[in-house]
Design a protein around this ligand. Structure first.
Ligand code: GLN
Length: 547
């Protein structure tokens, strides 16, 4: 049976609950335990798949094809444990399950209520895989006191009672604001937040307090006294230069020890922190820097491309260079020359995206990179744009475009070198969908294999000819145009195992130009950077030496 750590937040949102959970997961692993991390989100969307990246940030895709919250990305990057469909749930999903059961008659005519039906559904979810790991870390999204969070708080309260004594603990994150005028850290918001938690029957065992200033002993004692926690269980979380400092920083503040104490685990196994010491060393000791342009649409909210940004940082750590990420809005040069906007960067990355807006600019970015021999990595939509660019400017298919944009406008304008896929194979199963299917969950989602051509650049980078990567898209490059494109030098160097779906394209006559239909960024970790990002940053570094 797993031990459970429930992580909640108070005072304000965006305190870094996800990061604290992920870092704690890493520290428990360093002590020799197995962990799994989960996110319970109070919003009513069934999953974040249809939520705008402007609002919600990136959608993180798991191997088993779930569209989940970006916090699962943090979890994977810190623990290396591949997240699953059953590691993320929202109120929307819970209610939808309950209502489905009600329609099916599973409740035998009973009146359906939040307690016990909704809370039971939440508890069943939390319990999945209970026998698989030593510790299950469950983060509750939002802030204590939010109306929509209540069923989750009630469920975890009940859950801790259902389990044997000592099997569950509660960790609460709060903020200690600093008042410059009086030169003090204020503990009152933390006290109120803990009161709120206690009023719904949850007594925190550990308080993690975000603070810009060191927490004086007096304040620490006060928090412990008023919030009914042990003094050693008041853990400070200071601002960090890099998120990857978090595991060591939390360790030195005593978080993992406090957790083991709360579970009465003694003697505590000694931690092996070498992985994180190496990660820290790589962040702090760099030799030079590279400047990467991310040419995208959702550039106002950096979280929209969270995993890409992190994967670039990992690539930098591997090459011991600092990576400066620059967000370039593709729409700005939709109708003008892209060169003034793109000159001076060591490499260009065009990320995934949906809809036509900004795509002419992305096509120009691909053209600029090809002509100027600047390293280019096109991810998903970024690959599709590179293929359209090649078709239009090299293969003479001047009206080349994607069916996605014609569908959006309801008008046929383009020759569809990128088309809407309606049938494909996953493992041994055939998957079919209609054009009229719902927007949510109708994409090619999750892990698929690709076969790489021997001797190609991409096979050399991976050091292998079979790979598995995660997908999230509706449209595909059409192999009808393969011959024409290969004739002008754009090689289809990676295909789905049945040879029908192009997975990777590369320009032959270019130092580093790759388009990939999948999302390699989702699998990169600071202690195990993704091969494509390692080599992309290496190419950027070589390029920066040339200028
Ligand atoms: N919009 C494109 C598609 O659905 C690309 C998706 C993406 O970049 N993730 O195929």
């Amino acid at each position: 049976m797993a031990r459970y750590i429930f992580i909640t937040g108070g005072v304000v949102s965006s305190l870094g609950k996800g990061l604290a959970s992920a870092a704690l997961g890493a520290l428990l692993q360093a002590r020799g335990y197995t962990v799994r991390l989960r996110k319970l989100d109070p919003y009513l969307n069934v999953d974040p798949g249809t939520m705008s990246p402007f609002e919600h940030g990136e959608v993180f895709v798991t191997d088993d094809g779930a569209e989940t919250d970006l916090d699962l990305g943090h979890y994977e990057r810190f623990t290396g444990v591949p997240a699953r469909m059953t590691d993320s749930v929202s109120s929307g999903r819970i209610y939808s399950n309950v209502l489905e059961k009600e329609r099916r008659g599973d409740y035998l005519g009973k009146t359906i209520q939040v307690v016990p039906h909704v809370t039971n559904e939440i508890k069943d979810f939390i319990n999945i895989g209970d026998d698989e790991v030593d510790f299950m870390l469950c983060e509750i999204g939002g802030t204590v006191g939010d109306i929509e969070g209540l069923p989750f708080f009630e469920a975890i309260r009940q859950f801790s009672h259902d389990k044997p004594r000592g099997q569950c603990i509660f960790m609460h994150l709060t903020l200690l604001p600093y008042l410059a005028a009086s030169g003090e850290l204020k503990t009152k918001p933390t006290q109120h937040s803990v009161k709120e938690l206690q009023s719904i029957g949850i007594a925190p065992d550990i308080l993690v307090c975000r603070s810009e200033q060191p927490i004086p002993e007096k304040e620490r004692q006060k928090i412990a006294l008023f919030c009914n926690v042990r003094k050693e269980a008041v853990v400070a979380a200071y601002d960090l230069k890099s998120i990857y400092e978090a595991p060591l920083a939390y360790h030195y503040e005593g978080l993992d020890q406090a957790v083991l104490d709360a579970f009465d685990i003694a003697p505590a196994p000694k931690p092996d922190l070498r992985t994180w010491e190496d990660v820290n060393d790589r962040i702090h000791h760099t030799d030079g820097e590279v400047s990467i342009a991310i040419v995208g649409k959702y550039t106002q909210l950096e979280d929209a491309y969270k995993s890409i940004k992190e994967a670039l940082v990992h690539g930098g750590m591997h090459n011991r260079v600092k990576v400066n990420v620059n967000w370039v809005d593709a729409e700005v040069f939709d109708k003008e020359d892209a060169a003034p906007y793109l000159e001076g960067y060591d490499a260009i990355l065009v990320p995934g995206g949906f809809g036509e807006r900004g795509t002419e600019g992305k096509i120009k970015a691909a053209q600029f990179a090809r002509e100027r021999k600047v390293p280019y990595l096109g991810i998903c939509l970024g690959m599709q744009m590179a293929v359209i660019e090649a078709a239009r400017n090299m293969a003479g298919i001047t009206t080349a475009g994607s069916e996605e944009f014609d569908h959006e406008l309801g008008k046929k304008r383009f020759e569809p070198v990128v088309y809407h896929l309606k049938e494909w194979v996953q493992g041994s199963a055939k998957i079919t969908r209609k054009a009229s299917d719902d927007k949510g969950g109708t994409m090619r989602l999750g892990a698929y294999n690709a076969v790489l051509e021997e001797g190609s650049k991409v096979a050399e980078i991976y050091g292998d000819t079979t790979i598995e990567e995660r997908h999230r898209h509706r449209y595909e490059v059409d192999t009808t145009y393969r011959e024409k494109l290969e004739e002008v030098g754009l090689k289809f160097s990676g295909m789905s195992p049945d040879g029908r779906l192009p997975e990777i394209v590369e320009w032959q006559d270019h130092p580093w130009f790759l388009g990939v239909q999948f999302h390699p960024e989702l699998k990169s970790k600071p202690f195990d950077p993704h091969p494509l990002f390692k080599d992309f940053i290496r190419a950027a570094k070589d390029n920066s030496r040339l200028v």
